[in-house]
Design a protein around this ligand. Structure first.
Ligand SMILES: Nc1ncnc2c1ncn2[C@@H]1O[C@H](COP(=O)(O)OP(=O)(O)OP(=O)(O)O)[C@@H](O)[C@H]1O
Ligand SMILES: [Mg+2]
Length: 353
């Protein structure tokens, strides 16, 4: 028990790229001791489901080998419709009673057979429980066993061991708390726009008050360019990131990209509307964005205009020392947007729940 908890490699298995981060405690914060990302072939992971396990395992193996990452223990994460996060209200009970009855309680909130999921939970307001309300709020997390096995399987195939399977939205929150601290009176939207999905976690102080994954992301931009400008995938992908493609200018692409951003904003709006309709308060103080697709044409600008709150780029290296050049990165700003989930995962320790 007195040993220092063992660190893990944070491994974010994204549908466009796998990212790895290893951290060591340094003073009151952390420093990055290993870092890298490796592309995943298109369509190997679709809607969060691993379609081509070998392709994903190969990407993970390449990543660990090329960056000389020695750690065997890995923390990975799931998102999308394989994971259900729900705040439920239960009568006040002891920890023991709760752990015994949670499966039974969860049954009515989970649209899957309870045998098919792994359950976890966290009591949110012990304070209110002792305040005589007679009820307590519990955050319930259920993940499909099949999905967990798919993710731990590719990690094993790459010669590593998944010791923690987290949820993208919570990894994001961990990365946020370490870098920004916990602001008690603030409602902050953490928004991670990836290639195939947008993870949203709305936090108030140290509590997650709402999470949702929206199934639209960077791929929608590439697909729109392919269709509207008759381009192959590679050219479209390059063009949307501002790269040069023969015969087309970024100006040709801009209107197409803007239209996709408008669509994405509509989806985000729906999520916020749902949050406001179900939450106790509809306040949002700021939106902190990351993920590769948050760099898309007009993304941050339209987000700010539409929701009329300050938009900030999530910097996972704000208080985590990152000597970018040591890891072959010229400008940390190039990798910061896509590193948040992996940083959050690397903060976990072997033995964490
Ligand atoms: N400068 C840019 N402009 C527009 N899009 C970009 C830019 N840079 C990266 N992207 C897009 O961001 C996406 C990759 O981001 P990220 O690494 O966060 O996704 P992921 O984690 O692989 O995906 P997911 O979590 O959805 O499975 C890709 O769709 C990529 O094309
Ligand atoms: Mg991602």
């Amino acid at each position: 028990m007195l040993r220092r908890p063992k660190s893990v490699v944070g491994l974010d298995i994204g549908s466009s790229a796998v990212k790895a981060v290893e951290l060591k405690p340094a003073g009151k914060a952390y420093r990055v001791t290993a870092f890298g990302s490796e592309p995943v072939p298109p369509d190997s992971i679709v809607d969060g489901a691993i379609i081509d396990g070998t392709a994903v395992a190969d990407a993970i193996r390449r990543l660990f080998e090329s960056r000389k990452i020695k750690g065997k223990d890995v923390a990975a994460s799931l998102s999308g419709n394989a994971v259900i996060v729900k705040k439920i209200t239960l009568p006040v009970m002891s920890e023991g009673e709760l752990s015994e009855s949670i499966a039974w309680e969860a049954e009515q909130y989970i649209p899957f057979d309870i045998q098919d999921v792994n359950l976890d939970y966290q009591v949110l307001d012990k304070g209110a429980a002792t305040g005589g309300k007679g009820t307590m709020d519990v955050l319930l997390v259920a993940a499909k066993k099949e999905k967990i096995a798919d993710y731990t399987g590719v990690i094993a195939q790459a010669g590593r061991q998944a010791v923690i399977v987290d949820v993208d939205a919570f990894a994001l929150q961990n990365a946020y708390e370490v870098n920004y601290g916990i602001e008690a009176a603030q409602v902050v939207v953490l928004l991670n726009a990836g290639a195939s999905a947008i993870n949203i976690n709305i936090i108030s102080g140290d509590q997650s008050v709402f999470t949702r994954d929206i199934s639209i992301g960077g791929n929608a931009y590439t697909e729109a360019l392919q269709k509207e400008l008759s381009l192959p995938f590679e050219s479209a992908d390059l063009l949307k990131q501002g790269g040069e493609v023969e015969g087309v200018s970024y100006e040709d692409a801009r209107a197409v990209l803007r239209a996709v951003t408008e669509n994405v904003m509509l989806e985000i709006q729906k999520t916020f509307d749902f949050f406001k309709a179900t939450a106790a308060s509809d306040r949002i103080d700021r939106i902190v964005v990351c993920g590769g697709a948050s760099r898309a044409e007009g993304f941050r600008e339209l987000l700010g205009e539409r929701f009329e709150v300050p938009i900030e780029a999530f910097d996972p290296f704000k208080r985590v020392a990152f000597e970018a050049r040591k890891f072959g990165v010229n400008d940390p700003a190039d990798v910061a947007p896509t590193a948040a989930v992996a940083v959050g995962l690397a903060l976990r320790r072997v033995g964490d729940r």
